[in-house]
Write a protein that binds this ligand. Structure first.
Ligand code: ATP
Length: 364
């Protein structure tokens, strides 16, 4: 089922929790609402659920406007962070619960519960009570309970945040597998960028009730239009170096040291931020070798599959990710190379500057 939000807003008292959101979710896609605490993710999800009514705008499921439909008439399933299972009911009865109000035959209920339990792989636990289950198993039960209604839209509110790291990783791919297998549309709320990057067909990045970006994970990662989006995706986060352009040369704002040529014949002197991800900086211990600037190595973290180097460069902290163990010690100076083809530039308002566009506009 396609889902559309058209100019949707939600106000609580005099405060807008969600401001003028436009979102189109394709049939069978998983859209992830990502952003810091209080940015309006849950409010948006609750409007899709029918728990909150939008103050302005239209929500459509397919061609149908659903603004006024209560949750039970929306063909949705919901999964919450706290599982919300009934402690006195068995796993079977918890999963069956949404169907018992529907006057369905006992044999049909049994069939559906077994199917849902099989999908989430808890067939052997149907006789247990929630207290006899691990957190991961409880979340599977809550997922089965949402699936048993055969929803056209599954809404997931931080479903994995109570699980430990390895279980979270397992459930991420599990939910993704189930969603693709059954083909329903899903909207997931999270503040965890890894969860968003790995689970989403499209990510909606929100800030202060505003939709900052909506797109495929790798498009937003590689070419975000806004500095906030660049910072929110990626761990360790993207590095920022404030620079000024003087006759085509890039100089650091704090020392005036040259760090490279921008390669565009720009005579328009301006200040902005050079932003580069940790994996697009490389280190060279030979200070006489080929590098763009010299920084101080302050912390070196060996993670087994990669190394993270924390550097100070003037007043700034930078992070470099490397698969090689560069022979440099903490406290030592190190040369840093920039992979220019991956560099992004942001103006003082945080908007991406596209130098290709400027150059071609200047050439017209
Ligand atoms: P979190 O990740 O912390 O759950 P969120 O992005 O889901 O945050 P929302 O819960 O949607 O954020 O809240 C958005 C804003 O709306 C916040 O400023 C919050 O205080 C406010 N808000 C949410 N629900 C209500 C409510 N029922 N009444 C008044 N204000 C509310």
């Amino acid at each position: 089922m396609e889902v559309r939000l058209e100019n949707v807003e939600k106000r609580f008292g005099s405060e807008f929790a969600v401001k003028n959101i436009n979102l189109y979710i394709e049939n069978g896609d998983m859209a992830v609402l990502l952003g810091p605490s209080g940015c309006g993710k849950t409010t948006t999800l609750m409007m899709l659920a029918g728990v909150y009514r939008p103050t302005n705008g239209v929500i459509k499921f397919g061609d149908q406007v659903v603004n006024h439909l209560p949750p039970q008439e929306r063909k949705i399933g919901m999964v919450f962070q706290n599982y919300a299972l009934y402690p006195h009911l068995t796993v079977f009865d918890n999963i069956a619960f949404p169907l018992t109000n529907k006057k369905m035959s006992r044999s049909e209920i049994k069939k559906r519960v077994h199917e849902a339990a099989e999908i989430v792989q808890i067939e052997k636990l149907l006789k247990r009570k929630p207290a006899e289950l691990s957190g991961g198993q409880q979340q599977r039960v809550s997922l089965a309970r949402a699936l048993v209604k055969e929803p056209e839209l599954l809404l997931l509110d931080e479903p994995l945040s109570n699980l430990d790291a390895s279980l979270r990783m397992q459930m991420r791919s599990e939910i993704r597998r189930i969603q693709k297998e059954l083909g329903f549309t899903a909207v997931l709320v999270t503040h965890d960028q890894t969860e968003a990057m790995t689970m989403a067909d499209k990510i909606a990045v929100m800030k202060d009730g505003v939709l900052m970006a909506y797109g495929r994970p790798m498009d937003l990662y590689n070419k975000p239009d806004h500095r906030f989006v660049a910072e929110f995706l990626g761990s360790p986060p993207i590095n920022h170096i404030p620079v000024m352009l003087r006759q085509g040369k890039l100089l650091t704002q704090w020392s005036g040291e040259a760090i490279g040529l921008i390669g565009y014949p720009l005579h328009d002197d301006r200040s902005f931020t050079l932003s580069v991800r940790p994996e697009h900086l490389t280190l060279t211990p030979d200070l006489n070798g080929d590098h763009h600037f010299v920084a101080n190595a302050t912390v070196i973290e060996a993670l087994g599959y990669e190394y993270i180097y924390t550097l100070t460069y003037g007043p700034h902290t930078l992070r470099v990710r490397s698969h090689e163990n560069v022979p440099v010690n903490e406290g030592q100076k190190v040369g840093v190379r920039i992979e220019w083809e991956h560099v992004l530039y942001f103006d003082e308002e945080g908007r991406r500057i596209d130098f290709d566009m400027i150059e071609s506009a200047a050439g017209e």
